[in-house]
Write a protein that binds this ligand. Sequence first.
Ligand code: B12
Length: 215
Amino acid sequence: MSAELDALINIVVTGKIKEAKEATNKCLAAGHTAFEIVFDGLAKAMDIVGDKYEKKEYFLPQVLLSANTLYQSLDIVLPMLKDSAEGDVDRGTIVIGVVEGDVHDIGKNICKALLSGTGMTVIDMGKDVPIKDFLAKAKEVNADIIAESTLMTPTLDGMKQMEKMLKEEGLKGKIKTMIGGGATSKEFAEQIGADAWTYDAVECSRVAAEIIKNR
Ligand code: B12
């Protein structure tokens, strides 16, 4: 941790949107990698914001402001993450998105950047994506993996739905599924029959590369 990273965390937590880019550049100038900025800085800032929201110290407008401040920084560091990520260079196609009913896309975007770094073709469906659209796109591009993200409990059902639809169409096992995001867990993934679950974006790209290698 450094004074520069601390300052960036503080800027995100307090939503000082105009100061985020400069603070990010200062972190880079101080020698922090894009990876450190994302995982030791921005992710930590969102944890603090989440705590404040839970304790009712923050309400949605403040959370949104923090998220938008974080995006100012992500705009600078995510492309660098893509360039610097290590991983399997084997090709493969992954369709990623946030499931229908959920607009939380920060984690999904970090996963996307690291997945791109593995050399895979990453198709980003965005947020609030109907399950049938995920599947239609995956079929269209002959995807190896569908990666679904959700941070909300009510939208977990979409992931269950995905497994059901894949089975109905005889595609279960042919297109692998990966799930993640705060509302998910390893147990939930096992329960619905998803092929993989990971806690964070680093593992997400590692596991995806492994799936491609073994396909
Ligand atoms: C920022 C935020 C928002 C922002 C989102 C901005 C944006 N563009 O994303 C805004 C203000 C819009 C928002 C809105 C709402 N929010 Co909100 N929000 C948060 C907050 C504070 C942080 C989330 C975040 O970005 N975390 C940081 C990222 C980096 O973490 P992550 O997404 O988990 O991603 C990592 C891993 O999970 C993994 N990963 C992620 N995706 C994937 C996918 C795959 C395939 C894999 C393998 C791995 C993986 O890798 C990532 C990086 O390592 C959380 C609190 C918290 N502690 O999580 C609440 C939280 C998620 N929100 C919550 C709620 C309830 C809402 C609202 C419904 C509030 C309302 N009453 O309107 C709305 C949602 C509207 C909707 N329909 O979606 C609840 C959800 C509760 C639940 N379990 O259902 C939380 C948990 C807060 C709480 N404690 O109540 N929110």
